[in-house]
Each structure stands twice: as C-alpha cells, then as structure tokens.
Ligand binder design. Sequence first.
Ligand code: DOR
Ligand code: ZN
Length: 321
Amino acid sequence: MIILDTPIDMHLHLREGKILKDVLPYTQKQFAAAVVMPNLNPPVDNKERLKNYKQEIIENSKDFTPLMTLFMREYSEDELLEMAEEIFSIKLYPAGITTNSENGVKSIEKIYPVLEIMEELDIPLSVHGESDGFVLDREREFKVVYEKLARDFPKLKIIMEHVGVADLLYLLDEYENLYATVTLHHLLLTLDDVVGGVLNPHYFCKPILKTPKDREEIQKFVKKHPKIMFGSDSAPHPIKNKLKGAAGIFSAPVILPALAEFFDGDIESFQKFISNNARKNFNIDVPKKEVKLVEEEWIAPYMVGDIKPMWAGKKFKFKVL
Ligand code: DOR
Ligand code: ZN
C-alpha cells in the first residue's frame, strides 16, 4: 500500500455548475487541496465572483480545501488588499492564448504596477507561459519573458505553469523566485498521442504535448527538483466541444494511479512532487489528509458526465481507496 500525506494539485480547472459537480469528486477523493483556475466565463476577477465561486466549491465537496486564484487584470491596490487573504495567486494568461483567455494580458508592461503590489503583498504570480509563435516553440520563446519578470520582480514568487520543455526547468536554479508545475500529461504523453496515429482530440491541450526527448528530460527533473510541483491542469470539456477543437485534457480521475506507476516504488520522490514541494515552497497549510493506494487492478472511467477522461478504460495497477 502507498500512503500519501496531504496531496495537493497546484493547477486545476473545475468550471462551474453541472461540470463542477461531475468532476470535483475525483479531485476530492485524491487530493487534500487544489489551486483552482479562474478562467471562467466571465472570469473570476472581483471579490463577489471569488466569494461565490469558492462557496460553490465548498458546497460540493468535503475534506477539501480550494486555493483560489484571480484572473489577471489591472487591479488597484485597494482591490488587492481586499482580496489578498482569500487568494493563493493571480493567474496571468497572455490574451487569446487558450480557453477563455480573450480578456487576458495584451502587454505585460501594463500590469507592472499590479506586479509591484503583488510583490509587496506577497501574492504569487501563476503564468501560462506561451508566446504567439509557432505552436511547438511557444514555451521556449516565452523563456525570455520569465527571465525578465524574475529579474524585474526579485521578491515576487512566479510559477511557470504546466511546463512541457526542460529549457524552462533549468531556470529554476538560476532564479530563486521561479517555480514550476508539471502536469500528468506532459509527464507521460507526447505529441504522438495526439497526431501520431488516428487523430485524438482528447489529448489536444495548451501548451501542446511535446517530443519524447522533452518528456524524458521532464521525467528526470520531476524525480529530483524541489521547486517542481504537481499541477494537473485537468481541464474538462464536454465531448461535443472537444470535437470542435477545445483545448484541455480531463486527467483528474487517473492522476494518482498513473503517478504511482510512474514513480514505481520511489515513494519519497512521489510524496515530494505531490505535496511537500508545494507546501514548503509556498507555506501552504491545509488540514492533513491521508490518501491510500492499494496494489489492485483498477479501470479508469469511460465517461464522467459528458466528459471523456484521459486514459478512459485503461487498466492501472493501483487503485485509490
Ligand atoms: O489545455 C488547456 N486547457 N490549457 C489551458 O491553458 C486552459 C485549459 C482549459 O481551461 O480548458
Ligand atoms: Zn490550466
């Protein structure tokens, strides 16, 4: 049996209403807490919306702590002072780069005053780091932006989200204030899973999956680096939207069984990646929750509501109790 202490998902999309009700039980079963993304329509970018969204999550879960985020815009100091206690971070989406990011940031210079206030108030910055270049180069091209932000705001904690290329992970040792999350899909899949055989829209996500070499490098980093944290980026979309091209992989149901196979007995590294690194790096203090996995065959669900999960129907060696 594997016993995990207080697993935390550092990057999660729950949506609202029916989808939230359908998907939240899978995260609640496997995690003590999760950092919940704000890219709803309209986005979570004011006190009222933040309060109501948190309430909806709490009403639909138990033994689970939502760590809330705000969608980046030009906030005033008074607004941030009012909400600072209620949020884990503010999420920067470059405008138009992914789902519901049309009202994202058009020019990073414009939000410099907000970043100054965040630095002062000790509010971390979560970043969807992609340029608007060629799809496979977007993360690498964003590297200079991360470096500039890290230099211009040395006290601001910056999380490079869902990293799919190792070039960015090398920055972790160069800049004290940079951190990273890695998803299940960037850790275990490649672009071949999307377009290598029959086109698989269910594995289409942003940032796009990368090469076997990128995956191999990320796998090595994840097993050893204390600034890398698990963030699933589980992003549910109803099947009909996926078939119209929506980006996002709904991985929540299979996370711990898949990671248990990946870590293959190295429970110390598993525990660090799934919880300790996040708790240490960000002083996250949530109620303790033990999650147990037993070595027993388990088959991933084929459908969850109208959503097809990652690895639907696949057999795993571990089952979450
Ligand atoms: O694939 C993705 N889906 N990437 C994102 O950045 C957003 C997410 C979503 O919200 O669906
Ligand atoms: Zn995301």
